[in-house]
Design a protein around this ligand. Structure first.
Ligand code: NDP
Length: 294
């Protein structure tokens, strides 16, 4: 009786997370943010800059990253730099992590947020597209985690994985995207158990987001989904808070909770949340793009 009880007490002590968020918790922390050239990732970079963190940002578009880095430095980042490249390139995740290691000699927080281009329509049977999206949205997250884990173990740091309601509940017109987000939940929820079992104090926070007002998301789905998207600035801050507080899951906005009484949530895309004219749109517009990052 006493041994399991002692184990429980030790586990509680060992994994006790801070209860209240304070911006100073991020001061001087070394943080990687992927998909930081636009949308939620860009906003996370600005919040972290204000909090005086060291930043390493990544995405494909160098010109955008340069501007984000400039603004981060103006906002007060302890340091800010970028590495540009595509997560479709299987060597790139390690390149990014090595850059952090060579620059800082360690890492406190890994925020995995990028997504590749997909369409918002009936599944078109293109297996190659699903494979490519798995590489960008899922396998690169795994690869970055593997490369970063030694440094995160050392710092007792955090991994933050940005996912979606579409990664908790299947809904129409986003089959490839949804598959990659479900994969994140399976992998990272399992890995979290293993880290706890091994008494490795690296936290994993899975962020379940609903409809957020980023330019790409609004352009892709506003014609089809009812409801007002939640603000990307607030969303970015909530992600940082929950990662810092080492929470297991964030549901933002609160209506993005994937349980039946919340089925009115816009991103769930259950029939009540789709506009009445939506199915015809989807039938005819096979080129509709979900989060269109060409
Ligand atoms: P954006 O489209 O605004 O940003 C995506 C980022 O990923 C950009 O920085 C883009 O930069 C980068 N990116 C795209 N393709 C690649 C690639 N091949 N390799 C590396 N980087 C790439 O997305 P959001 O801000 O809207 O979404 C951020 C996260 O939030 C995602 O994980 C998304 O699934 C999740 N989410 C968003 C919702 C929303 O409504 N906005 C709803 C639910 C979840 P570049 O093009 O320069 O490479």
């Amino acid at each position: 009786f006493f041994i399991p009880l002692l184990g429980l007490v030790l586990a509680f002590y060992f994994y006790s997370a801070p209860e209240n968020f304070n911006e100073e918790m991020l001061r001087g922390k070394r943080v990687i943010v992927t998909g930081a050239s636009s949308g939620i990732g860009e906003q996370m970079a600005y919040h972290l800059a204000r909090m005086e963190a060291h930043l390493l940002l990544t995405a494909r578009t160098e010109a955008k990253l340069q501007k984000v880095v400039e603004r981060c430095l103006q906002l007060g980042a302890a340091s800010a730099r970028y590495v540009s490249g595509s997560m479709e390139d299987t060597a790139f995740p390690e390149v990014v992590v090595r850059e952090a290691e060579n620059t800082w000699g360690g890492l406190d927080m890994l925020i995995l947020n990028h997504i590749g281009y997909s369409y918002f329509s009936y599944f078109n049977g293109d297996v190659g597209h699903v494979r490519k999206l798995l590489e960008i949205n899922f396998l690169s997250y795994v690869a970055m985690t593997v490369s970063a884990l030694p440094m995160l173990k050392e710092s007792e740091g955090s991994i933050v994985v940005v996912s979606s309601v579409a990664g908790k509940i299947g809904s129409p017109f986003a089959a490839p995207y949804s598959a990659t987000k479900f994969a994140l939940d399976g992998f990272f929820s399992s890995l979290r158990h293993e880290l706890i079992t091994d008494q490795v104090n690296v936290s994993i926070t899975l962020c379940i987001l609903g409809y957020i007002d980023t330019e790409n998301a609004v352009r892709a789905v506003s014609h089809a989904i009812r409801g007002t998207p939640a603000p990307k600035e607030e969303c970015a801050l909530e992600i940082i808070k929950s990662g810092t507080l080492r929470q297991r899951e964030l549901h933002y906005p609160s209506s993005a909770c994937p349980f039946p009484h919340h089925w009115g949530s816009p991103m769930l895309m259950h029939p009540g949340s789709l506009r009445r004219d939506a199915p015809e749109d989807y039938n005819t517009q096979h080129e509709n793009i979900l989060f269109s990052n060409k």
